[in-house]
Design a protein around this ligand. Sequence first.
Ligand SMILES: Cc1cc2nc3c(=O)[nH]c(=O)nc-3n(C[C@H](O)[C@H](O)[C@H](O)COP(=O)(O)OP(=O)(O)OC[C@H]3O[C@@H](n4cnc5c(N)ncnc54)[C@H](O)[C@@H]3O)c2cc1C
Length: 445
Amino acid sequence: MDALPESPLSLWLDTYGPYQPEPPLTGEHRADIAVIGAGFAGLTTAYELKRADPSLQVAVLEARTVGYGASGRNGSFAMTVVGLGFGTTALIHGKEFLKAAHTYMERAVDTLDELIQREHLDCDRIRPGFLRVATTPAYVRRLQHDVELMASLGFSGIEWIDAGQTRSMVNSECYLGAIWEPRLLLVNPARLVRAEKQLACRYGVRVYENSPVTSIERRGQFILKTPQGVLKADKIAFTVNAYSHLFPELRRRQIPAFTYMVATEPLTGEQLAPIGWEGQQGVEDARNLIHYYRITPDRRLVMGGGPVGLTFANNLHADSSEKAWRHLEEHIHFLFPHLKGIRITHRWGGPFSVTTSLTPELGYLHDKQAVYSLGCIGHGVSMSHLNAQVLRDLLLERQSDLLDCPFIHHRFIPWPPEPLRIAAAVALRTYLQIEDAWYERGLKV
Ligand SMILES: Cc1cc2nc3c(=O)[nH]c(=O)nc-3n(C[C@H](O)[C@H](O)[C@H](O)COP(=O)(O)OP(=O)(O)OC[C@H]3O[C@@H](n4cnc5c(N)ncnc54)[C@H](O)[C@@H]3O)c2cc1C
């Protein structure tokens, strides 16, 4: 199995302070359930299992240290968005699917919020509300259509606000209006995922870091091998998200695509004053290849998105992109021209998981002894926490309303083998870029 690449540290990991990893797996051990991958999904699946049945022996194996994956690198938005947004999801999968998906995602945001508060997870959580801003008249039409669509499905709490209202929260001359949705959490993701490790350990989960699973055999039990140890387990959960293709069982269910981020030095009061942003709202734009940005508690502007990276044969060595980072810096200047010349202190990136359906997928593999969760399409912060409860119910084979989850796929369309795979992925990205360019005609972004 491929070694995972070194990656530039995210702002969140770089500023975390001293971190003590758990020792690797050595020798032979046994567990009732083994969880592979210690991101949000893996750690909270393990926690939920122990919470449901304290007598279960649960072990988590992490290839690197907790936070290495997307959970330690993301934009920090715990939001209701799924796939490519409301309109596109309805177009591809139908309104009933969108309704079920959005209901699930609202619950996902609330589930994460409850978890943070119930367990006192120290992660700089705020609930500041979400702006999806329109920067062209065509985007105004797209977003207003989305608001009407969601209202027609019976959802409240997603409203259109005009340019004045938008700019009274976050002021850029580029904003022509926005969707306002109060249901958004912003967190420090590295602190969250590492607090979740401590929580899982407190509940009796055994977490092994620097323990990549290099092979899995099935001889009655599952036999998981790592460089220094062996773990035997009755059931397993794959929570490796954008790394899932490294496992033969999941090879064609998803591909990794790469998104990039930058963080500025802390803004001075003078630099922040023209923008306002007292409410610290999370902001995304209306593109397919979105820009997402926020202001941190220490007043750094953190921006991600824009260009998306794809690689041949699912090569994982694409966590850095000078081109994408330059684009993001230019976009900061485009939105807030007075910040031209501001120092960028952190540049990073990482893979998110994409399925052919452009929706998340979770469920059983082969039989009821193995489960998986993947395909969060860059929107997994809230979702991975509710997915963990779904995985818990699948593993414990217990009835629950969560098993109506719209993302439990019994059939899937596999990604084709190379070179068709890269051709299909590039064609999809090109289509999304052309549509963005069409919506932005005449605009220099
Ligand atoms: C730059 C970036 C920005 C993002 N921004 C947002 C955002 O603002 N909002 C949002 O909702 N989503 C965002 N996402 C997506 C979100 O972060 C993910 O969907 C979510 O963190 C996935 O959590 P996870 O636990 O499923 O996967 P991960 O956090 O990726 O965890 C998987 C773990 O599996 C481990 N692993 C891999 N192979 C093995 C092996 N062989 N053995 C053992 N362990 C293994 C990895 O090391 C990793 O730690 C972003 C993603 C990226 C990359």
